[in-house]
Design a protein around this ligand. Structure first.
Ligand SMILES: [Zn+2]
Length: 311
């Protein structure tokens, strides 16, 4: 009997020690409170620490692929709204993953960070700047071909570079009037290399990249190159084709070719060549092109926003 009692007693003690040690282990891992604020141009991540030592040992690095790494000499946990984060979370569109003694924050369209360490209470502030066009909201990057010394096609002193710039600006205005975010790769008669255009596109990360050129023939040619994100390009192509056939007498040719520029752009990309007769610079004809292109982009944008909302 005495033997049984002591076994029971030992078991109780073991359970007690186990509970204490696990409680201790959990308590040992410092908790850092996180707050996230979304501002016009940046996300503000505020980490509130219990003591200054861990804050001092914490470092922040910007990695490629829109990632920020926050690491410390000690392992730590992050608490958000009184809940300890798991190893893989998404908050306000920010992906958060734990790796060893660090956390990786993935922020879409991240361009730059500013880091502050502040006292009382000890805290780390990261302002993560994002490019103007982002997350969820449909946006268009319009790319007027050529520019500067690179005139493109020429007819009677009218250059492709000027016609496509005129069209791009008009389309941009129409889209903005309809609440669609957009920017241009050039807004004046300047030379912009293909490399630079690719860089702008991959930094801005628009919903659609649309490059505008003039064809040597009297037809519309739509170039695209399929990748995993091209569902939206296909929708735009079929919408455009239908509108062009309805409004113009020129034919539409669709080409699936990895031409340099659109094949280097991560976003869905389309290059349109408009009929050579646009070089005659007839405003009525040009404005019809503006209407068709902006209407198509608008419809695709609206459909896309509905789709993302329902997801
Ligand atoms: Zn061209």
């Amino acid at each position: 009997m005495i033997y049984k009692k002591s076994v029971f007693f030992i078991i109780c003690i073991c359970i007690y020690i186990f509970q204490i040690s696990t409680a201790f282990a959990q308590e040992e891992l410092p908790k850092i409170k996180l707050k996230i604020g979304k501002h016009e141009e940046f996300y503000r991540l505020v980490f509130v620490f219990n003591n200054t030592e861990i804050l001092q040992s914490t470092s922040v690095n910007i990695l490629k692929d829109n990632k920020i790494k926050v690491s410390s000499s000690e392992d730590f946990q992050i608490e958000y709204k009184d809940k300890v984060l798991s190893d893989n979370e998404k908050l306000h569109g920010i992906g958060i993953k734990k790796f060893d003694k660090s956390f990786i924050f993935e922020i879409p369209s991240l361009s730059d960070i500013k880091v502050y360490k502040l006292n009382s209470p000890p805290r780390l502030v990261i302002d993560a700047y994002v490019n103007e066009m982002l997350n969820g909201k449909f946006s268009v990057l319009i790319d007027p071909g050529h520019g500067g010394r690179d005139k493109g096609l020429i007819n009677n002193n009218v250059s492709e570079k000027d016609i496509v710039l005129y069209l791009s600006k008009e389309i941009s205005l129409k889209l903005a009037q309809n609440g669609i975010k957009n920017i241009l790769t050039r807004v004046s008669d300047e030379e912009v290399s293909l490399k630079k255009r690719i860089e702008i596109a991959n930094n801005q990360n628009p919903s659609i990249f649309l490059s505008i050129h003039i064809s040597q023939e009297n037809l519309f040619r739509l170039y695209h190159f399929p990748n995993e994100k091209t569902q939206i390009t296909k929708k735009l192509i079929s919408n455009l084709k239908e509108k062009i056939l309805k409004n113009f007498s020129e034919p539409v040719v669709i080409e699936e070719i990895p031409i340099y520029l659109i094949n280097k752009i991560n976003s869905p990309a389309l290059l349109i060549e408009i009929p050579q007769k646009t070089l005659l610079n007839e405003k009525k004809y040009l404005n019809k092109i503006v209407d068709v292109l902006s209407q198509s982009l608008f419809e695709i944008g609206k459909a896309n926003e509905k789709f993302t909302k329902n997801k």
